[in-house]
Design a protein around this ligand. Structure first.
Ligand SMILES: Nc1ncnc2c1ncn2[C@@H]1O[C@H](COP(=O)(O)OP(=O)(O)OP(=O)(O)O)[C@@H](O)[C@H]1O
Length: 366
């Protein structure tokens, strides 16, 4: 799948811009502060209704404007789809799919899987399990159709249980929600385990020939020890849960453990090696989604070359060329990136003070 046309209005420093990206690699180049990252942010906003840079969404709206709007025409196999997302300063959100109003962000996200790689993506290694769960569950969302519904059921049970814990309710009052909690927890874990097998296999295939990354192992932790049934663990842990005011075991605590020689990868690998690992994880996930979910995610890569030496950049491009995704890459200097890219499937756009221009000269290449 690919974005064929993108319109960005009153978003960061873009007043009103249109872009016709190519189906392969798209390089967005320009000076500092020109709007490169903002363009990736606009695509991410269209897919998720939020930003990867700020939780304060009005920050995305152009100074003095009342709302920001991103609109795209997508090509998915033989199907053409239009998506629109608009957010106002008071938090008003308007979503459109093929011109009709949509109500849930998940409905748009379903059409537009994106994989984001920015300098902040290192949080997958240095942040807590939540970061890794977020990455992992994004794949499940696109591959396992029942996952989202199960997650909504579980979240409800978890919320109700936490409310009972905070009220210090009597143990009998827990039985209804504990049943519900455990049933949905088991269902989610089964889906996650199934997905883990696919992700780990794809990852192993990608890194098989890599000197360091072939030593990386991916291990799934469901959020509780499987030595005892979850219901028993919840009951045994009740006093501690009441003290904390929330449930400490369950799929809300699951983790994707990334290890090298049984040690956490972030404590062993260099920054450059971690960045390579990040690309391998995201590309493995894209391939699984492409194959199992029938839609190849779009890759948004901010500042691809940072922290990588020439050899590593080449290896990243080698990985990128193996996939069939539309890719958006930002770069101040496009040359090192362009040298690695296939000229026939690469489009170059220059951005200056929020104005986008397609470079038909492809910087001296055809
Ligand atoms: N709400 C806003 N309204 C108008 N302009 C904004 C808004 N928020 C940010 N800007 C400006 O938008 C510009 C684009 O920033 P962006 O981060 O996209 O630049 P960039 O090209 O990625 O830069 P760098 O190479 O330094 O990372 C900046 O000049 C910034 O000051």
């Amino acid at each position: 799948m690919s974005i064929r046309q993108l319109s960005v209005t009153d978003f960061r420093n873009f007043v009103s811009q249109q872009l016709q990206p190519g189906p392969g690699f798209n390089v967005i180049c320009g000076a500092n502060g020109s709007g490169k990252t903002s363009l990736l942010e606009a695509i991410y906003f269209l897919a998720h209704g939020r930003s990867f840079r700020t939780s304060r969404l009005p920050r995305m709206i152009r100074f003095d404007a009342a709302q920001c709007t991103v609109h795209a025409k997508l090509q998915m196999a033989q199907q053409a789809i239009t998506l629109g997302m608009q957010r106002g300063r008071q938090g008003e959100l308007s979503l459109r799919i093929n011109g009709d109003s949509a109500h849930r962000l998940a409905d748009i996200a379903h059409y537009l899987p994106v994989q984001l790689i920015t300098p902040d993506s290192f949080r997958i290694f240095f942040g807590g399990p939540k970061e890794r769960r977020h990455f992992f569950d994004m794949g499940l969302f696109h591959v396992e159709p029942s996952f989202f519904q199960q997650w909504l059921l579980f979240s409800k049970a978890n919320k109700q249980r936490n409310a009972l814990l905070k009220q210090r309710s009597s143990p009998e009052q827990f039985s209804y929600w504990d049943q519900y909690f455990c049933q949905s927890a088991e269902a989610i874990t089964e889906l996650r385990q199934r997905y883990m097998v696919k992700l780990a296999a794809e990852f192993a295939l990608l890194v098989a020939k890599h000197e360091i990354l072939s030593e990386v192992s991916l291990q799934f932790y469901p959020g509780w020890s499987d030595s005892q049934p979850l219901m028993e663990l919840l009951q045994n842990n009740m006093a501690s849960d009441v003290k904390m005011g929330f449930t400490q075991l369950g799929p809300q605590k699951a983790d994707l453990r990334i290890k090298v020689q049984q040690q956490p990868a972030e404590e062993v690998l260099s920054r450059g090696q971690l960045k390579m690992l990040l690309f391998a994880l995201k590309i493995a996930q894209s391939n699984v989604i492409g194959r199992e979910g029938n839609k190849q995610p779009i890759l948004l890569i901010d500042d691809l070359a940072s922290e990588l030496d020439a050899d590593s950049i080449q290896q990243v491009f080698h990985l990128l060329k193996t996939i069939n995704s539309q890719v958006f890459v930002t770069a101040i200097d496009p040359d090192p990136v362009l040298q690695q890219m296939p000229p026939d499937t690469t489009a170059v756009f220059h951005v200056e003070h929020g104005n986008l221009t397609a470079r038909t000269d492809n910087y001296g290449r055809t």
